[in-house]
Design a protein around this ligand. Structure first.
Ligand SMILES: N[C@@H](CCC(=O)N[C@@H](CS)C(=O)NCC(=O)O)C(=O)O
Length: 263
């Protein structure tokens, strides 16, 4: 069976999960432990990031490479159109979504977490002991701001990320005004990339991610609750209802591995 080395709340991992579900491929999720698990990932693949797909003895890193690999090896329900114009537009949107929504969504979420203690506490894994939750909940906002500056997320960077995301959402809403999918009447990798990468802007309403139930449908203030972008999130809900498989089992986090497994 295919295996996906992932983080549950990684937007690039979600893009791949949506693609796997769209192609109706079964896979097993392997939650990589930040830090130590990434060292193992480096040993296996020469890089430290998730997602990584394992197919037999092959490891494929990077969500775009994984999408292309899956379309070649599992051509049923193709992701990338054959028509040259649509193919070009599909590849362009996919790349743009990675660079814009994927990266800026993470920055904007960082800002939201650093400003809202309840949001931050709810985002910690459900398995985190209360003592740790309380410790992190008590971290002063300034400390997180300093941390943010340390990783390149200064208040200016965050402000500009949010402004760019607003333009992205306006553009997507316009593109989707008269067609069910970004490239017209058929779904493509462009839709799956945009929909999957946008989880950090607003978590899906349905039972698709292993995160506290109260966070479902919640998202970035000014984006997730902005009526101007409601058509975009309605479109995304439709994509999820059509193609994304809901979580199965009563307590997905309980059965989650705590480190990556090596054959
Ligand atoms: N270009 C990569 C980006 C993947 C990425 O940014 N992954 C993040 C999680 S969302 C990660 O692994 N970060 C850990 C690190 O960089 O050490 C892709 O499309 O898969």
């Amino acid at each position: 069976m295919l295996e996906l080395y992932q983080w549950e709340l990684s937007q690039y991992s979600e893009k791949v999960r949506l693609i796997l579900d769209y192609k109706e491929l079964n896979y097993r999720k392997i939650e990589v432990t930040p830090g130590i698990g990434q060292v193992e990932l480096f040993r296996l693949t020469g890089q430290r990031q998730v997602p990584v797909l394992k197919d037999g003895s092959r490891y494929i890193a990077d969500s775009t490479e994984i999408a292309k690999y899956l379309d070649l090896e599992y051509p049923e329900r193709p992701l990338i159109p054959k028509d040259p114009k649509k193919r070009g537009a599909c590849l362009l949107i996919e790349e743009w979504a990675d660079e814009s929504i994927g990266i800026k969504g993470r920055k904007a979420l960082f800002a939201a977490i650093s400003q809202d203690q309840n949001f931050r506490k709810s985002l910690l894994p459900t398995s985190t002991p209360d003592i740790l939750k309380n410790l992190i909940e008590g971290v002063p906002r300034d400390f997180l701001t300093v941390l943010g500056v340390g990783v390149g997320y200064s208040p200016d960077v965050i402000k500009s990320a949010i402004a760019d995301l607003k333009q992205d959402l306006e553009a997507l809403t316009l593109l989707l005004a008269d067609s069910p999918y970004l490239l017209g009447d058929e779904p493509s990798l462009a839709d799956l990339a945009v929909a999957g990468l946008s989880i950090l802007l607003k978590f899906p309403e349905g039972p698709y991610l292993d995160l506290p139930v109260e966070l479902r449908g919640k998202g970035l203030p000014g984006l997730a609750d902005n009526p101007d972008y409601a058509p975009f999130f309605e479109w995304r809900d439709r994509i999820y209802a059509q193609f994304r498989k809901p979580l199965t089992g009563t307590s997905p986090s309980a059965s989650r591995p705590t480190s990556i497994q090596i054959d």
